[in-house]
Design a protein around this ligand. Structure first.
Ligand SMILES: *[C@@H]1O[C@H](CO)[C@@H](O)[C@H](O)[C@H]1NC(C)=O
Ligand SMILES: *[C@@H]1O[C@H](CO)[C@@H](O)[C@H](O)[C@H]1NC(C)=O
Ligand SMILES: *[C@@H]1O[C@H](CO)[C@@H](O)[C@H](O)[C@H]1NC(C)=O
Ligand SMILES: *[C@@H]1O[C@H](CO)[C@@H](O)[C@H](O)[C@H]1NC(C)=O
Length: 294
C-alpha cells in the first residue's frame, strides 16, 4: 500500500466504482424493480423507461463525487446549452424558446440500435432534469442546482456520441460536419464561461463516450472530467484514471441471476468482464487490464 501514491489510489477507486457499475448493470433489469425509479420521478409520464438504467445513473454520479462523503447528494449545475447540443440531436423539437423538454409533458427518446451503448449522456441529463420535479431525494445521488456557486460539479449537456454517430459526415460543398461545428462552438462557449475560468474546467463533466466522439474538442477541454467507455484512444494527458469516469455500454454485461445484493453487502471487490484491448487500437495504450495489474 505504501508504494501506491494517493493519486493512483484515487484512480483505483474510480476504477473500482466503475467495476461496480459494470457488475450491477443488469441487476435492476434482472430483479425487476421499476418502482425504485417511478416513485420519485414523474407522476404521469412515460419516463419509466429510465428504470432500466437506474443503477448505472446512480453509480456514475457516485463516481463523480471525488471522494466526498458518499452519503451526500451531488449538487450539479447544468449549462442551458441550446438544444442543438443535446435533445435536438435526437430529433426533439424545442417548443418556443425552451431549451429543455418539460418532462411532465413529453419525454424525448434516445435513438435505438447501436446508439444505445453510448446513451449515458441521455440518462444523466434526464436524471438531472427530473430531479426538479420532486422534493423527495430518497435514493437519489445527484440533483440539479440553478446557482453554480452552490454546485459541486458543472455538467456540460453535449450529446457528443449521438452527434458523432449521426452528424459526423460532411455535407456536399461544405468542409466541416455538424459534429465538428458543434465541437468548435462548445469550446468557444465553455472557455468563455465564468464557471470554466474559475476552475480551469476541472470541475466540468463532459461526455465523450463513443471513442470517436469529441474528437477535436477533447484535446482542448481535457482538464474536465470525461465520461468515457474506455481509455483506448486517448493520450494519457487528455484522459486518464485519475480524473475520468468509465460508464458501461448499455448491453454487454449479462445479468446475475437472482442477485439482490446491496452496495454494502456485496462481497466481491472487483469484477471485470469484457475485452481488455479496444478494437482498432494497437501499441501501448493503457487499458483496464494494465491498471488492475499495476
Ligand atoms: C420518498 O421516496 C421513497 C422511495 O424512493 C419512499 O420510500 C418514501 O416514503 C418517500 N418519502 C416521502 C416523504 O414521500
Ligand atoms: C449564488 O450563490 C452565492 C453563494 O451562495 C450567492 O452569493 C449568490 O447571490 C447566488 N446567486 C444567485 C443569483 O442567487
Ligand atoms: C475547404 O477547404 C479547402 C482546403 O482547406 C479550401 O481550399 C476550400 O476553399 C474550402 N471550401 C469551403 C467551401 O470552405
Ligand atoms: C432464481 O430463483 C427462482 C425462485 O427462487 C428459481 O426458480 C430459479 O431457478 C432461480 N434461477 C437461477 C438461475 O438460479
Amino acid at each position: 500500500m505504501g508504494l501506491i501514491s494517493q493519486k493512483s489510489f484515487l484512480g483505483l477507486f474510480l476504477i473500482i466504482s466503475v467495476l461496480f457499475i459494470c457488475s450491477w448493470f443488469y441487476v435492476l433489469k434482472s430483479t425487476g424493480r421499476p418502482h425504485f425509479v417511478n416513485s420519485y420521478i414523474l407522476p404521469k409520464s412515460k419516463i419509466i423507461a429510465a428504470s432500466d438504467n437506474r443503477l448505472v445513473v446512480e453509480n456514475t454520479w457516485r463516481s463523480l463525487r471525488f471522494g466526498s462523503d458518499r452519503k451526500e447528494i451531488l449538487k450539479v449545475f447544468m449549462y442551458d446549452l441550446p438544444p442543438e447540443f443535446h435533445f435536438a440531436l435526437t430529433g426533439w423539437k424545442p417548443k418556443g424558446k425552451n431549451v429543455w423538454p418539460d418532462l411532465r409533458e413529453e419525454v424525448p427518446q434516445y435513438p435505438g440500435g447501436l446508439n444505445l451503448q453510448h446513451s449515458i449522456e441521455y440518462w444523466l441529463t434526464m436524471d438531472l432534469l427530473s430531479s426538479e420535479y420532486s422534493d423527495n431525494f430518497s435514493g437519489r445521488s445527484a440533483i440539479r442546482v440553478r446557482n453554480s456557486s452552490e454546485a459541486d460539479v458543472i455538467f456540460v449537456p453535449f450529446f457528443s456520441s449521438i452527434s458523432y454517430n449521426r452528424f459526423k459526415s460532411t455535407e456536399k460543398g461544405k468542409n466541416t460536419s455538424i459534429d465538428d461545428l458543434l465541437q468548435e462552438k462548445l469550446v468557444t462557449i465553455l472557455t468563455s464561461q465564468e464557471e470554466w475560468k474559475r476552475s480551469g474546467g476541472r470541475d466540468h463533466i463532459i461526455f465523450a463516450h463513443h471513442p470517436n466522439s469529441l474528437l477535436d474538442a477533447r484535446a482542448k477541454l481535457y482538464p474536465a472530467v470525461y465520461i468515457l467507455s474506455d481509455f483506448g484512444r486517448y493520450s494519457p494527458t487528455v484522459a486518464n484514471v485519475e480524473k475520468d469516469v468509465i460508464a458501461p455500454y448499455k448491453h454487454v454485461v449479462p445479468s446475475f441471476s437472482n442477485d439482490s445484493s446491496t452496495f454494502d453487502s456485496r462481497p466481491t471487490l472487483l469484477y471485470f468482464q469484457g475485452s481488455i484491448y479496444r478494437k482498432d487500437v494497437s501499441g501501448s495504450n493503457i487499458l483496464l487490464s494494465d491498471i488492475l495489474i499495476s
